[in-house]
Design a binder for this molecule. Sequence first.
Ligand code: TPP
Length: 568
Amino acid sequence: MEDVTGAQLIAESLKAQNVEYMFGIVGVPVIEVAMAAQAAGIKYVGMRNEQAACYAASTIGYLTGRPGACLVVSGPGLIHALGGMANANMNCWPVVVIGGSSDRNQETAGAFQEFPQVEACRLYSKFSARPSSLAAIPSVIEKAVRTSMYGRPGACYVDIAGDMVNAKVERSTVRLVSCCPPPPVSLADHSAITEAISVLKAAKRPLVIIGKGAAYGHAEIALKGFVEMTGLPFLPTPMGKGVLPDDHPNCVAAARSRALLQADVVLLLGARLNWILHFGLPPRFDPEVKVIQVDLCAEEMGNNVRPAVALLGDINAIVIQLLTCVRKDVWKYPSDTEWWSTLKDKIVANAKISKALALQSTLPMNYYTVFHHVSQLLPRDCIIVSEGANTMDIGRTMLNNYLPRHRLDAGTFGTMGVGLGFAIAAAALERSEKKGTRIVCVEGDSAFGFSGMEVETMCRYNLPVVIIVVNNNGIYSGVDPETWKEMAKMGDLTSIAPPVTLLPEARYDEIMTAFGGRGFLVRTVQELCSALQVSLNDWERPSLLNVLIDPSSDRKQQEFPWLTRANL
Ligand code: TPP
């Protein structure tokens, strides 16, 4: 007869559900859970903050379609993870958080790190529960994994009381639940498909918007067929970038505002009409725009704009339905329309402005110069992780993606601090898949600071992430070292330093060298290119390029007043 502990049951249940990665921080009462996970064949990555651990675990969910696990201790450990759960839920990425909690016989007595964890997680998750016994663990874990993936994906929480971790039952009395299959695929109603095609055919200024739902739904092959067959212009959302390559002739990302403003029919694929798409409303959209909304979540239909046609179901399956329908009709949107000329003219004009800024040779460099040169050196198949305000916004327009699920950024929740956790998860996956994918993390200096200690995690596991900190000495902007010194002479900096400022020319590169990675201080184009080349050639350890730019560098002049910074 053999006994099995609560820790082992959690680990084996996760493994039975094909959960391959666990990110976390151990302590009482979960250290045995991490050890059991490794014994069960789950890869365990010890992180430096639970928030970053949860960002990492949810990235595994987004990239593979199966959740990663995040392991946290009770009270403060779980509370740190809530940020990651909220971010995953907002992004619709599957993740399962396992939280240790106080011993049951001490609950309400003021136990160590006691906190109402199951209740706290409800706001941040789709499912939050504590197994009532050791025997219930496998089914609760299966339900958490299944719920995280089915319907609209998101975060799930499983609580394990401290006294249950090392409690034992006879193995023969417990049954593991077999692996739950991927979510069932549902198709849109056939008549709605026909209607969608007739609305598209009647459009004068059609536009396809590709969201991260299309990336998550692996719709890339069908979408390529659909866009090429129909000849329609398309626009990716930030994480929809790469579902079709940014250099595809039908991509109108460089004319984004014009495309949104003047489109009369929008085919919305796996994207929500939230702040990222300006709610689908004027002044950013035509008030008469007809939206064909494709989403796997029924409740999403009609948010902010009533759709002309609602196609409910799996995005890949629906794009195949649409493609089958247009193939029968042999319909193509003409390439010589006024709409295409408007979009193409705008693309050329915008590219000219960006190029002029990129080729400025003054020092310190501006954002455009940095991104122009970085983009020349990045491999086409690299994963670009990006966060910051200007850094992310300008980076999105200057750094192309060519493959789906190869762009990870602050996302629907606009969360700063996600980058290093995302990069660690992507690098851990690359380590086992060995596809030769470089993970490049483009960070604002403020954004980097939120999870900066995770460079130790990268160094500890030899994860060869390349971090580029675009350092403008502040949040949105900063001041130069001389101005900072003058301010310090004038009085207490807490009274006079602009709240956006950070330490001028902070040596973020030395954080990386402190742990054994490569660090570079970069001021010129030449230094940038040589440091990036060296870093991209190193598969053994991480690198950090601390790129000092003009603290007053900004986005190029915007045509519309609403395009000045609003949200991030
Ligand atoms: N805290 C969190 C968790 N998320 C946020 N979005 C913010 C604060 C507010 N915020 C938006 S962007 C940003 C901050 C703090 C940082 C922008 O500075 P940086 O990363 O240096 O990029 P830059 O715009 O300077 O290029």
